[in-house]
Design a protein around this ligand. Structure first.
Ligand SMILES: Nc1ncnc2c1ncn2[C@@H]1O[C@H](COP(=O)(O)OP(=O)(O)OP(=O)(O)O)[C@@H](O)[C@H]1O
Ligand SMILES: [Mg+2]
Length: 273
């Protein structure tokens, strides 16, 4: 059974339909990607799942129960953890203090269950930012701050991790290490639902992928199917067959923007070569 089920969710902002009858699921022990072009509705879906945005219609089920009307903190208590596209750490606190506060929030204000320094430091070590422990959160690089967000989220021992663009700001080596960490976290039984624009990471670590375009799920499946799905190529690149892709790749190169093809859908790039 799915840990998370998003069922026929619609979100309208005035005349804008940000999410349009979207249904998808995430499972314990698996990494699920939620991808799509800018403005496709990915963050809005996360807001609906985590309780920041009431859907116009549709339902969210988590761990076997309907949570559509539950406030954010009660979803958090039931095991949802989230990181944000815009960083949310406490800038004037150190990296270590930020994680300590996250432990405190989740364990409650009872003195005798305060986290030990060992708990905090073990978590910093796990996400690979122990060397930044004493630095102020507003002075660390963006990629490190994203890992700090992940550590803060893990402090709540979530069953479901909702990660909104977690790898932006990480270099290639850091992204590889991050991908391995995600796979470990999933192998320990957590469900991970990740919004991400780095297609090498998405295609490399996700077990299942759902593609949103203009608020609708246009494709769902394993990476091998998503890579070659014409509707997905159309949504990202504006063309749906490989010959057109080659033409567009040439013009992208000449426009000094080869990243369009290489970063967005690696399979198209490979076929072009
Ligand atoms: N609070 C809001 N009020 C009005 N429109 C909104 C609001 N939040 C999002 N939108 C609109 O809803 C659509 C979906 O936005 P959303 O932020 O969910 O996209 P996204 O897929 O996360 O994009 P990105 O990849 O750029 O982060 C966009 O057209 C956006 O302008
Ligand atoms: Mg977004």
């Amino acid at each position: 059974m799915s840990l998370l089920e998003v069922d026929d969710v619609v979100v309208q902002f005035g005349g804008v339909t940000a999410v349009n009858h979207a249904s998808f699921a995430a499972h314990a022990g698996r990494i699920t990607g939620l991808i799509g072009p800018n403005g496709a509705g990915k963050t809005t879906c996360f807001n609906v799942i985590s309780g920041l945005q009431r859907p116009t219609r549709g339902k969210v089920r988590f761990d076997g129960r309907g949570v559509t009307r539950l406030p954010v903190h009660r979803r958090s208590k039931r095991g949802m953890g989230r990181t944000f596209q815009r960083l949310e750490a406490f800038g004037s606190l150190s990296v270590r203090e930020n994680v300590r506060v996250a432990f405190d929030i989740h364990r409650g204000p009872i003195g005798w269950i305060r986290p030990s320094s060992a708990d905090v430091d073990a978590l910093l070590e796990r996400v690979g930012i122990a060397s930044y422990a004493g630095e102020r959160a507003d002075s660390i690089p963006t990629g490190t701050a994203r890992l700090l967000e992940l550590a803060r989220c893990l402090a709540g021992q979530p069953k479901l991790l909702l990660l909104d663009e977690p790898s932006s700001g990480l270099d290639e080596t850091e992204t590889d290490a991050f991908g391995e960490l995600l796979q470990e976290l999933a192998a320990e039984g957590r469900a991970i639902l990740m919004v991400e624009h780095d297609m090498d990471l998405v295609m490399g670590v996700c077990d299942d992928i759902h593609v949103l375009d203009f608020g609708s799920v246009i494709a769902s499946g394993p990476p091998s199917l998503i890579r070659s799905d014409p509707a997905v190529q159309q949504a990202y690149l504006g063309y749906s067959d490989v010959e057109d892709a080659a033409d567009s790749a040439d013009s992208a190169d000449s426009a000094d923007d080869p990243a369009t093809v290489t970063q967005v859908l690696p399979v198209v790039h490979e076929e072009v070569r």
